[in-house]
Write a protein that binds this ligand. Structure first.
Ligand code: 26V
Length: 829
């Protein structure tokens, strides 16, 4: 029982039952005997929404009355997943609801499966945004999330004969009970056209007037974001694009009517689909339009709210408070265009002088970098900008001119080489706008997402900028919400912790779990902990069987790598080890080893051929191994199709080992690593991203760390890395790679997997998989030994789980509050 049950006083079991039945009748238009599971689910959501809406209104009134400073989290992605269980937990209604439904003959966990994932994101960056808005509400901070209401989220992945097939994801085909359309807050944004320069006879000034070619309507859909324990319900506001009402339908004759429909379809294309790339910048016009569309709608929304509170009696708006009231966080460079857009509004529309406008502007914005991969750093061709956002391009040029002649010249006088490097414009055959540079110049803070990453952002990516503005650069290590990633997905473990501690305080103060340290060695506690892990594995085994037909033994070691497929994340290294291990068992059928289940979950960007080839290879190697009677089930390889948030919630609690094996220096942070460790998985990982901080908390002796460090990677590369040396010297590497040339895994089709070998040899092995192989194999051996010692393993698993307090996203948000936003909490009555 928690102190906040009182907040949900109106929600006894009987009340809840009555509400659900009421909504089944009045909202869903059906009855108990006819209702489908989906209707029951929606009726349950409607019952929950009664409370959510009440608190939402209270929150919004409180924030408006107090005119609080608020943070606006602009993100092209919010990977929310499902909301039913999450909202119930955060409102302390999960058990009441479960009991009420039980009386009605319905199982809540079953019902939750009715909800499609809100997959409005690719991976880490989008899921981080989702965790952050949970924490913002939980910490009672005034905050809004702003993004795009994609009609289709990340593609659904099917596996056909081992290959990834992409299918559309239509998450709201049958309605979404968590979103509220707000036509009263529709915004309109402009695109294209040309800029007119008007000379003023009066004062000789030049005024710029943008004559856009097109207007787009942004329709806001609000998703309430329910804080845990508290009374704050913030919103996530997602913009849907529509053709504007003002569209002059009357002027169209019969022929024009059709053109008008085409025009309408074009407007609605903007929010149709989420781009499924998460590491390569394709430079597609539609994507720039998406970015501008949601950034501009969001800024207009912010300005409308600001003006309501800061318009003087004269009718003039007082902008002197703007930077004190408004913080805008840019989640990667995707919403960067908000910077010139705010300048445009201030200078062109609100009549502020350039310097006055700029002084407000850079104080409002701050920027989070999420990747160092050069191919992911956004650049837009100037010619695209000219067509889509001609006025913004001019503003960017002016920002650039003032920067190069001002701060840059002051610190690097006459240094054209550095000026070319720091310029917002990249010169060349195709001139480009560098969005990262624009973010650094236009923000007051720039942060990376783990200590090592922030250091690399400052020292390797933006070193000259750091010379100009040393204090601009900071670190905020990522975190994840323990509400979803422990309490909700691993209820039995949560119960053990709450009962043992005598309090559920840990759900917000995750550091409290450290008080359990004294039990890490306790035989009874270990037994309970491992029984929960086993039960989670049994459940997962059922899911695996249902999804793939593969039988796995819950007594085997469950070794999990779940993340987007990318060569830097090195799923191919995992595969190489599987091949080596398979050969060892074939050569020595009596080999003593713990049965080992390798589980993968991963989507590849549809245009990333090598990533898709690796998925195919995992599936084909798996097929052969899983059906090879000679190895007596010692190795199983499972590729779980359609990896997504809701599947992660089933995989993570069942993991014994968490593979976090990126080449050091390439994984900015990782957040799956945190989720897995919290749930008692032991990390098999490199010293990269947040892994470094994870083992700092949990102890290196409780994990299996291997591979080159960031500095070693740099020096290996500097000294001319040659993967052939490893191939020629390491027998196991050679055998494993040569195997890929044969048709052993693809009977009748030799060479189908040879591309992987080629990338690792002829291709130069960009991510040093071969260089790290032996050390990786040794780490596996250490893990095996650890796993053989049941008590030792239990202790390490427990210690990992209970020392992850630092990786609570509430802590990350508090770091942003202290270092970047200077926000104050605002209690809602
Ligand atoms: C980049 C691009 C490039 C253009 C095409 C569309 C697109 C979409 C998303 C991205 C962002 C990729 C960066 C990303 O997701 N980084 C991940 O961020 C996580 C949260 O900070 C972090 O834990 C991961 O290490 C990092 O890879």
């Amino acid at each position: 029982a928690s102190s906040f049950d009182s907040a949900s006083l109106n929600y006894t079991k009987e009340d809840f039952k009555a509400k659900i039945v009421h909504h089944l009748h009045s909202t869903l238009g059906t009855s108990e005997n006819k209702a489908t599971k989906q209707s029951w689910w929606k009726a349950t959501c409607a019952a929950v929404n009664e409370l959510v809406y009440e608190r939402l209104t209270q929150t919004q009134q409180t924030h408006a009355n107090k005119d609080t400073r608020a943070v606006h989290y602009l993100s092209a992605e919010f990977l929310m997943g499902r909301l039913t269980a999450n909202n119930l937990h955060n409102l302390h209604l999960f058990n009441v609801c479960s009991d009420a439904l039980k009386d009605l003959g319905i199982n809540l966990t079953d019902l939750c499966e009715e909800e499609p994932d809100m997959a409005l994101g690719n991976g880490g960056l989008g899921r981080l945004a989702a965790c952050f808005i949970d924490s913002l509400a939980t910490l009672n901070l005034p905050a809004l999330g702003y993004g795009i209401h994609y009609e289709n989220g990340l593609f659904r992945q099917e596996i056909h004969n081992g290959r990834q097939i992409e299918r559309p994801d239509s998450w709201r085909e049958y309605g979404n009970p968590w979103e509220i359309c707000r036509p009263e807050s529709i915004q309109e944004v402009a695109l294209g056209g040309y800029v007119e320069t008007i000379y003023s006879e009066k004062d000789g000034s030049l005024k710029k007037v943008w004559h856009p070619a097109q207007k787009i309507k942004g329709v806001p859909w609000d998703i309430p974001v329910v804080g845990y324990n508290g009374t704050t319900v913030n919103i996530l506001r997602l913009w849907e694009s529509k053709a504007p009402e003002s569209f002059d339908w009357d002027v169209f004759n019969a022929g024009g009517y059709v053109d008008a429909q085409a025009e309408k379809a074009r407007a609605e294309t903007i929010s149709k689909v989420l781009y499924p790339n998460d590491s390569t910048e394709a430079g597609k016009i539609l994507r720039l339009v998406q970015q501008y569309f949601f950034s501009a709608c969001s800024l207009k929304d912010i300005l409308r709210r600001y003006k309501r509170a800061h318009t003087l009696a004269s009718g003039k708006v007082d902008y002197s408070e703007f930077a004190n009231k408004i913080a805008v966080q840019l989640n990667d460079t995707h919403p960067t265009i908000a910077i010139p857009e705010l300048m445009r509004i201030f200078v062109d529309e609100e009549g502020l002088g350039w310097e006055e406008a700029w002084n407000i502007c850079y104080k409002v914005f701050s920027y989070t970098n999420h990747t160092l991969l050069p191919e992911a750093l956004e650049k837009w061709p100037v010619y695209i900008f000219e067509r889509v956002l001609p006025r913004h391009l001019e503003i960017i040029y002016e920002i650039n001119r003032r920067f190069l002649e001002g701060e840059c010249e002051r610190v690097f006088p006459g240094n054209d080489f550095i000026k070319a490097k720091l310029s917002l414009i990249e010169e060349g055959s195709t001139r480009m706008v560098r969005m990262g540079n624009l973010c650094v110049v236009g923000s007051h803070k720039v942060n990376g997402v783990a200590a090592i990453h922030s250091k690399l952002v400052k020292e390797d990516l933006f070193p000259e900028y750091a010379q100009i503005w040393n204090d601009k650069f900071c670190n905020v290590t990522n975190g994840v919400t323990p509400r979803r990633w422990m309490l909700s997905c691993n209820p039995e473990l949560a119960k053990l912790y709450t009962e043992t501690l005598g309090s559920d305080e840990w759900v917000t103060k995750l550091d409290k779990l450290k008080d359990l340290k004294k039990y890490a060695d306790n035989a009874d506690f270990q037994k309970k902990f491992m029984a929960i892990k086993h039960a989670n594995k049994v459940k997962l085994a059922t899911v695996i069987k249902a999804e793939t037909g593969i039988e796995v033994d819950p007594n085997a070691l469950f070794d999990i790598q779940i993340k987007r497929l990318h060569e830097y994340k090195r799923q191919q290294l995992n595969l190489l080890y599987i091949l080596a291990l398979y050969r060892r068992v074939l050569e020595n059928p009596d080999l003593e080893m713990t049965p080992h289940v390798f589980i993968f979950g991963s989507k590849a960007a549809p245009g990333y051929k090598m990533a898709k080839d690796i998925i195919y290879a995992i599936n084909k190697v798996g097929e052969r191994i899983n059906n090879d009677a000679r190895i007596k089930g010692k190795i199983k390889v499972v590729f779980m199709p359609n990896y997504r948030v809701s599947l992660a919630e089933k995989l993570i609690p069942a993991a014994d080992v968490s593979q976090q094996i990126s080449t050091a220096g390439y994984e900015a942070s990782g957040t799956g690593n945190m989720k897995l460790a919290m749930n008692g998985a032991i990390t098999l990982g490199t010293m990269d991203g947040a892994n470094i901080e994870i083992v700092e908390e949990a102890g290196e002796e409780n994990n299996a760390i291997f591979g080159l460090s960031v500095d070693e990677v740099k020096s290996v590369k500097a000294n001319g890395y040659n993967p052939w040396d490893y191939y020629n010297r390491d027998h196991e590497i050679k055998k494993a790679l040569d195997w890929l040339d044969s048709d052993y895994f693809t009977p009748g089709f030799p060479g189908e997997l040879a591309g992987i070998k080629r990338a690792l040899l002829e291709g130069g092995d960009t991510y040093l998989a071969l260089a790290d192989f032996r050390s990786y194999s040794d780490a596996h051996a250490r893990l095996e030994k650890m796993y053989a010692n049941k008590k030792g393993w239990a202790k390490s698993a427990i210690l990992n789980s209970i020392t992850m307090g630092k990786f609570n996203s509430d802590r990350s948000i508090q770091d942003y509050v202290d270092q970047v936003w200077s926000l104050e909490t605002c209690l809602v009555k």
